[in-house]
Write a protein that binds this ligand. Structure first.
Ligand code: MN
Length: 130
């Protein structure tokens, strides 16, 4: 197992696809469909990465990201927004909220794993730089 990835995603089809790709690539997947559950599970699970949908019911992904970043245990954890917004302003908004980056929907299965693993590489570089 390469690591634990928490997926916060309310769309079942997206979740199915993300889970399929990640599990095929030897990651352990934990999934929740709303932000509050995501914040709770992140605290207990301490995943190696969090994939965060931005359009979520009740609490949007920006709010979820800000909450996750308040947990010192998750300071080093890559949080990657996964969303269909394509505009630069929204991309900046995800970074401001505490995300490390952005993967655009619809997910492209051919490059999704590389996009995810790039964030592990960047995390390792940040650790080395400390
Ligand atoms: Mn959604």
């Amino acid at each position: 197992m390469k690591g634990k990835i928490l997926v916060i995603e309310d769309n079942e089809q997206n979740l199915y696809l993300v889970r399929f790709i990640l599990e095929k690539n030897d990651y352990e997947v934990f999934a929740v469909m709303d932000g509050e559950s995501g914040i709770e599970m992140a605290a207990s699970l301490r995943p190696d990465m969090i994939l965060l949908d931005i359009q979520l019911p009740l609490m949007d992904g920006y709010t979820v990201a800000r909450n996750l970043r308040r947990n010192p245990d998750l300071a080093d954890t890559p949080i990657v927004a996964v969303t269909s917004y394509a505009m630069t302003g929204d991309r900046e908004k995800t970074i401001e909220a505490g995300c490390n980056g952005y993967i655009e929907k619809p997910i492209n299965p051919d490059i999704f794993m590389a996009q995810v693993e790039q964030h592990f590489t960047m995390r390792d570089q940040r650790r080395k730089g400390q």
